[in-house]
Design a protein around this ligand. Structure first.
Ligand code: AMP
Length: 240
């Protein structure tokens, strides 16, 4: 049996394209009270680089990168995230099932290498799940999303349209499209993701990595389908 499967502690990297439903799935995992974690196991730990960076927005450099939608340079983000992971207290019970989810980090090959070289052994990623949401679906979802600015009410022209075209149901004010949802922005973001994903996959495909990291892919069209598939993978891991 591989040593990966013997560990009671799963350090899981979830990757998905922007708009691919990763946030929804993480919330579902937290709220589902996963049965594979015994009742005395700690709740899942979530390491979210987005949240860590938002908590450091008093740093003007971080703020400017985030507000322009660009990735924060590795030399700034790496150490902030490393510190956060090293601070997680997994407890002393080696038999208790524990789940750590890496959300948004590592996001490129260099960040993968940085973690490998700097993170203590018992916290290293030992499973990667790629949420491979069809990208045409993400584009359709974004470009058809229109919102009412003041309330944030969101409509989808295909499957949740307003009663009167381009008007908010309650105030009858006009609906607008967020800059983020414009076709060229969405396509650019997906292209950027695909390039970074290629690097991450190359890293975890190295023979050395394959000895310690399991790789899975789920490709459902909705977050509900992907959540069910991920639950099945996690249950199997903890059952072993
Ligand atoms: P997220 O909440 O994961 O969408 O991240 C929000 C923003 O934080 C991103 O648009 C980036 O500017 C920054 N960010 C989050 N994670 C990383 C990362 N691993 N590397 C660089 N920048 C990141």
């Amino acid at each position: 049996m591989s040593s990966i499967l013997k560990s009671n502690s799963l350090r899981l990297l979830l990757v998905s394209p922007p708009g691919g439903g990763k946030g929804t799935i993480i919330n579902k995992i937290i709220n589902s009270n996963p049965s594979f974690l015994a009742s005395d196991s700690p709740s899942p730990f979530i390491v979210s680089s987005g949240t860590i960076l938002r908590n450091n927005k008093n740093n003007d450099l971080i703020k400017s990168y985030m507000e322009s939608g660009k990735l924060v340079p590795n030399e700034i983000v790496n150490n902030l995230v490393l510190k956060e992971i090293e601070n997680i207290d997994l407890g002393s019970d080696a038999q208790a099932n524990k789940l750590v989810i890496f959300d948004g980090f590592p996001r490129n090959k260099e960040q993968c290498k940085f973690l490998k070289e700097n993170l203590s052994k018992e916290k290293q990623i030992n499973m990667v799940i790629e949420i491979d949401t069809p990208q045409k679906l993400i584009i359709d979802r974004c470009v058809n999303r229109f919102i009412h600015l003041k309330s944030g009410r969101s409509y989808n022209l295909s499957y949740n349209p307003p009663k009167v075209p381009m008007e908010d149901d309650i105030t009858h004010e006009p609906l607008v499209q967020r800059d983020d949802d414009k076709l060229e922005t969405v396509v650019k973001r997906l292209e950027d993701y695909n390039t970074k994903l290629k690097g991450i996959k190359e890293f975890f495909n190295e023979e050395e990595q394959k000895k310690t990291v399991l790789f899975h892919q789920v490709d459902g069209e909705t977050s509900d389908i992907n959540f069910t598939k991920i639950q099945a993978i996690l249950s199997k891991y903890f059952e072993k």
